[in-house]
Each structure stands twice: as C-alpha cells, then as structure tokens.
Design a protein around this ligand. Sequence first.
Ligand SMILES: Cc1cc2nc3c(=O)[nH]c(=O)nc-3n(C[C@H](O)[C@H](O)[C@H](O)COP(=O)(O)O)c2cc1C
Length: 234
Amino acid sequence: MGDGDRTGGGTGPVDDAELLARLRAAPVLAGPLPEFDPGQAPGTPGPLFAQWLDRALADGVPEPGVVTLSTAGADGTPSARVLMLRGIDTSDCAFDFASDSRSPKGLDLAVNPVAALTWYWPAHGRQIRLAGPVSVRGPEDTRRDFLGRSETARAAALVGRVSAPLRDAGEYERAMRVAREQVAAEPERVPATHALYRLRAREAEFWQGNPVPFHLRLRYERDGDGWTRNLLWP
Ligand SMILES: Cc1cc2nc3c(=O)[nH]c(=O)nc-3n(C[C@H](O)[C@H](O)[C@H](O)COP(=O)(O)O)c2cc1C
C-alpha cells in the first residue's frame, strides 16, 4: 500500500495512531447549525420532536428516521442497534418501531419492557434522547405495518432467525427463495413473530450543538398528565 492509498481504501491494515489522528482532524458540529431557543420551545416534547424532524426532512438531513434503540435483558446487559422509526404520535410523545419478537431485542423487551431511542442528526448538531416503557401494538396496527412493507422486506421477515449464526450466503438465499414464494402465494400473511412496538416517552431530552457560548439541553419529564421542563448543564 503506497502512502497515497492510506485514505479511503478501507481494505488494508491501518495504523491505530494514524487513524486516531485523522479522526481528531475530522470536523464535528461544523455547522452552520440551526437556531434553538429553549425559551420558545413547546410545553410538551412531542411537538418539539415534530419541529426538529420537520426541519431535518426539509434540510435533507440524511436518514432522519434511523434511530438507535437501546434495550437491556434480564441480567441488565445493555444492547443497542439502529432501526427504522415506523410510527409517530407526537400528541403522546410515543414512537413505534418494528422487529422480530424472537430477535435479541425482542427477547430483551419481553423480559424488560423499557427502552431508549436516540437520534443524532449531525448536519443539525441535534441529538434527541427518549426513554420509557415499551408495549406491543395490537394486531391491526401490526398488520398494517407489515403489509405496508416491500415484498423483499416481508420475505426477510418470514425468514426470521434474526441474529442466529449464518453458515454461508447460500443458506440465506435458499431461505429467501422459499419465503418469496410464500409471500407470492399468501400476500396477506403476517408472521406471528412480527412485532410492532411502541415506546411511550417518560423522559425526553433535546440537545442542540451550539459551541458558543454553550451546548443547549432541554429535558422534559412526564409529571402526571403533563410534563415538566428543565434546562440542563451542558
Ligand atoms: C439503517 C438500518 C435500519 C434497520 N432497521 C431495522 C428495523 O426497522 N427493524 C429491525 O429489527 N432491525 C433493523 N435493522 C437491523 C438492526 O440494526 C439489527 O442488526 C437487527 O435487528 C438485530 O438486532 P438484535 O440482534 O439486537 O435484535 C436496521 C439496520 C440498519 C443499519
């Protein structure tokens, strides 16, 4: 590998110190970042989420619906992965995501139905953190979610076995072939293991990168039927 190949190849051995130096040189919160005035923020977090998502979509922030879901199983070991946001109820600050109920995250949620959702939209320097109890949506919502997916996504869900060891690509391709035939033969079929989950936020934090004078943090906590709101030290 010549010196000129060091950046961008991604296949050869790379020196840790050199990687770290390049990482430190990479810009963070480079902006221009949007304005955020916590004093003007709505009294409940759902509408603020809607405002921030609306702005992210309008400005072409990449993949704003991709969110990190954190769960923990019975022994408390945390586990996080990204997935797609599948439903929004800003009036109740509740958010839906879908997965196979037998996946590791599904098993975590079965024994410990509480989770966190975290978005980071780098182009806006915005982080949103939600945490709260998770419930399973009813059969009609689940069905609508599943049948609203592409045939490939539905076949992949029928294959299941999420996160089990895979011997080789051929094993998966064979299972997908069978699943595609099942989808074609029974287009209305919804696998019993497809789960649509709803996280109802108990707390919500909005973080706005604002290097000067300081990063802004606004935290909401559910308080009976309403919400309390506080600024946090950055
Ligand atoms: C952009 C993106 C979107 C994803 N969307 C989903 C999703 O909506 N549901 C899902 O179960 N997994 C989704 N995944 C895969 C998960 O990140 C994860 O690999 C998989 O669900 C297994 O997680 P688990 O072993 O923790 O259960 C997505 C991955 C990426 C990178």
